[in-house]
Design a protein around this ligand. Structure first.
Ligand SMILES: O=C(O)c1cccc(C(=O)CC[C@H]2O[C@@H](n3cnc4c(=O)[nH]cnc43)[C@H](O)[C@@H]2O)c1
Length: 230
């Protein structure tokens, strides 16, 4: 079934055969980019819950309490780690990790997990991550998989970028909501994914150089593929 047919099928059937999907973005521009790609499919609900992990978790939990969903996706733009996720490409998270939850010690940062007061990572279901990444690649989109870090402060210096990369050598991207969405989904025993379209490199801040429109276009293209995979 091609993409338009898949959307039409969902629209006509009310999505009765397959479970509903909740997509959570931070801001309205991201929500609208996703909606453009979904082409009117009624099987997907897309909300802009606000920036940051608290808003994302609260918005996700409220939506999951009000509706019935089989899967939750945190989607939006993000920063890509150089050499792993170039600007304009997509990242499907293998895990959603809170990179800031922990404590500074004389020996350096220690995560909450290392300190024994909680997990900082929610893994994504491996088969779904691989299937989505393969479908995105088959559609001609540049895509990588790897941990996506949830941060409260967007990285703005080479030093912070290097420190994060040293602590998370596999990390592909950073953003501000994924771990919050994933923790809320976990509470409801629902699978979570994170999909990021890269607008900027993780590194010295140069906001004027962020390719937001390119990233939003990539997000739209990726949303069209979600129709086929989920
Ligand atoms: O100004 C705009 O037109 C505009 C359009 C869409 C999105 C934005 C945002 O600023 C979204 C904020 C959202 O983006 C994520 N993000 C993007 N890059 C990074 C980064 O390098 N480090 C951390 N987060 C990043 C993040 O999830 C924010 O919530 C603006």
């Amino acid at each position: 079934m091609d993409r338009q047919a898949a959307a039409a099928d969902d629209t006509a059937s009310g999505g009765a055969e397959r479970s509903r999907v909740l997509i959570v973005t931070a801001v309205a521009a991201e929500r609208d980019a996703v909606l453009r790609g979904l082409n009117g499919s009624v099987r997907f609900d897309v909300i802009a819950a606000g920036a940051g992990t608290a808003a994302a978790a609260a918005g996700t939990a409220a939506a999951l309490a009000a509706g019935s969903y089989g899967c939750v996706i945190c989607a939006g733009i993000g920063g890509g780690f150089p050499g792993r996720a170039p600007v304009g490409s997509l990242v499907v998270a293998s895990e959603m990790t809170d990179a800031g939850l922990g404590a500074e010690t004389p020996e350096g940062f220690r995560s909450a997990a290392e300190l024994g007061f909680g997990s900082v990572t929610v893994p994504a279901e491996h088969g779904t991550v691989q299937a989505l990444a393969a479908a995105l690649a088959a559609a001609g989109l540049a895509v990588s998989t790897g941990p996506v870090l949830t941060v409260s402060t967007a990285t703005g210096t080479a030093g912070t970028a290097a420190a994060l990369a040293a602590r998370h050598p596999e990390a592909a991207a950073e953003a501000m909501e994924g771990h919050g969405v994933a923790v809320a989904a976990q509470r409801f025993q629902i699978a979570a994914l994170e999909l990021r379209a890269i607008s900027n490199p993780v590194g010295p801040r140069d906001r004027a150089a962020w390719k937001i429109n390119e990233a939003l276009d990539a997000l739209t293209a990726a949303a069209a593929i979600l129709l086929e995979v989920l």
